[in-house]
Every structure is written in structure tokens, then in C-alpha cells.
Design a protein around this ligand. Structure first.
Ligand code: FEO
Length: 178
């Protein structure tokens, strides 16, 4: 049976991951509005990935005999002044998520809930990647600055991202792919 404090923290983390999904979906719409379809595609893949993250906590709580509580989602930022501002916001959001995952690891150790450690260790590794990706793209967007050619080239490159998992709601698909 899942520890009560860990269950509550994981339910809040489902909300955090769904809010990540929501904010990145807003970025999909924002990038499309600028005809930056490659960036929109990259963010669409990212939004899907965030849904799989939420579902990993969702399934874990169920597997451990806990009750999933879907909390109200907050309306986060929905528009940005430039692509650079949007990518920087994505990087800062990932840093916030890293903080939350670290708090979960600390709580698991305090509560002796070691059975949850492999799941949280997976998320810690994932956050290294998520911060690295958003930080690198954010810096690259700043580098091309006013160059429309540079921005379009970067947009093309980001449009090649592949999201391997099937539906983010299909447990089998996301477990195999992640
Ligand atoms: Fe699920 Fe991007 O953190």
C-alpha cells in the first residue's frame, strides 16, 4: 500500500505533468501562429511526452493500491513575445519540474518508501535530458537572434523530432517506448 504523503505528492505531480502538457500545447498553437511548424511539431511531441509522464504516476498510484485524484489545472502562460521567450519559458518550466521530482525523491527516502525509488530515479534521468534539450534550443534560438534564415533552418531541424510511443494514454505503448 502506498504511503499517504507520497500518494499526495504523486497526485500533485500528475497535475504538474498535465500542466506541462497544457503549457506546451499552448506553445504548439503559438509556434503555428508564427508559421514555425517545426517548432510546433517538436512541442507537440513534448506535450505527448508530458502526458506519458502524468500517466506513469497515475498507473503507479493505482498499482500500489492508492487513489488517483485529478486536481484542478492552472491556466499557465498562453502567449509569448518571441520564440526566444517561449523556449526560455520551457527551460524554466523544466527546472521547476526537476525541483518537484527532487522533492519527491527526498520524501521517498524520509518515508522509507524505497519501492518508489526506481520510478523517481527514471524521472531524475529524464529531467537531465529535458533541461538539456530545452536549454540548448533556447540558446540556439538566441544565437540566431534576428536572422530569419537561421530561425527557419532551426525550425526545419526541430521538425524532424520523432515521438516513438503510441498514444500517450496507452500504457503498453508508453512503457515500451520510454
Ligand atoms: Fe515531465 Fe518535462 O517534465
Amino acid at each position: 500500500m502506498i504511503n499517504q504523503r507520497i500518494k499526495e505528492m504523486m497526485n500533485r505531480q500528475i497535475k504538474n505533468e498535465l500542466e506541462s502538457y497544457y503549457i506546451y500545447l499552448s506553445m504548439v498553437a503559438y509556434f503555428h501562429s508564427l508559421n514555425l511548424d517545426g517548432m510546433a511539431h517538436w512541442m507537440r511531441c513534448q506535450a505527448h511526452e508530458e502526458m506519458t509522464h502524468a500517466m506513469k504516476f497515475f498507473d503507479y498510484i493505482i498499482d500500489r493500491g492508492g487513489s488517483v485524484e485529478l486536481l484542478d489545472l492552472k491556466q499557465l502562460q498562453t502567449s509569448w513575445n518571441s520564440p526566444a521567450e517561449a523556449w526560455e519559458a520551457a527551460y524554466h518550466h523544466e527546472q521547476f519540474i526537476t525541483e518537484k521530482i527532487s522533492e519527491l525523491m527526498k520524501a521517498i527516502r524520509e518515508e522509507n518508501e524505497y519501492i518508489a525509488e526506481p520510478l523517481i530515479a527514471w524521472f531524475i534521468n529524464e529531467q537531465v535530458q529535458e533541461e538539456a534539450d530545452t536549454s540548448k534550443i533556447s540558446e540556439q534560438v538566441k544565437l540566431v537572434n534576428e536572422s530569419k534564415e537561421g530561425l527557419l533552418l532551426l525550425d526545419r531541424e526541430l521538425g524532424t523530432r520523432v515521438f516513438p510511443a503510441g498514444s500517450p494514454l496507452d500504457r503498453l505503448a508508453y512503457q515500451v517506448a520510454n
